[in-house]
Design a protein around this ligand. Structure first.
Ligand code: HEM
Length: 153
């Protein structure tokens, strides 16, 4: 159990790396009107895989958290504590929406009937997902909810 939080912490960098790679290649593809290639597909596949792993670890953290029982018995206490509310509601919900955007995006890109559409859809879905993830990470500079850049083992 103790290792889930450090793993969740470190894997955020993999999500961001592949998310950024996916979005930057989509921007260049749209700007240069080039074809959608296997490399674009690989980038978003890796982005999706790391989002899937983060979701699974996040769910383990969620259901084993100290505030989880309080959420069922005294939800008001959790909701009035801004740090607990951040992880119990805002972080979890918004990250699940980002995860959905990545999955829906992959299927929308697959279904697009030409390369220009594939590139455009990649940029929209993966770009929005990345922005949401960036906004919902408890960065060290965020007051009340800030966590470390890297895990403390
Ligand atoms: C791309 C998706 C996600 C990213 C990048 C991410 C990132 C992070 C980071 C950096 C932390 C702080 C870790 C630390 O304190 O060292 C954290 C904490 C946490 N995350 Fe996520 N997360 C994601 C998705 C999720 C999801 C989907 C859930 C739940 C369904 C979740 C639940 C949690 C919980 C409960 C904590 C706080 C754990 C605690 O303090 O005990 N995360 N997350």
């Amino acid at each position: 159990m103790n290792y889930f939080l450090p793993i969740h912490n470190i894997l955020r960098w993999a999500v961001l790396l592949f998310g950024l790679w996916t979005v930057v290649t989509a921007i260049t593809a749209v700007a240069s009107k080039r074809n959608y290639t296997g490399k674009d597909n690989k980038a978003s596949l890796l982005f999706m895989i790391f989002c899937d792993i983060q979701l699974l670890i996040g769910l383990v953290l969620y259901f084993n958290n100290s505030w989880f029982d309080a959420l069922k018995t005294n939800a008001k206490a959790v909701m009035t504590d801004s740090a607990q509310r951040f992880f119990a509601v805002e972080h979890a919900l918004m990250m699940i929406i980002a995860w959905l955007l990545v999955h829906i995006g992959r299927s929308m890109v697959k279904r697009a009937d030409n390369d220009a559409k594939k590139n455009k859809r990649s940029l929209i879905f993966f770009g929005l997902a990345l922005l949401l993830i960036l906004a919902m990470i408890p960065w060290p500079f965020r007051t009340g909810i800030g966590r470390q850049w890297f895990p403390q083992f």
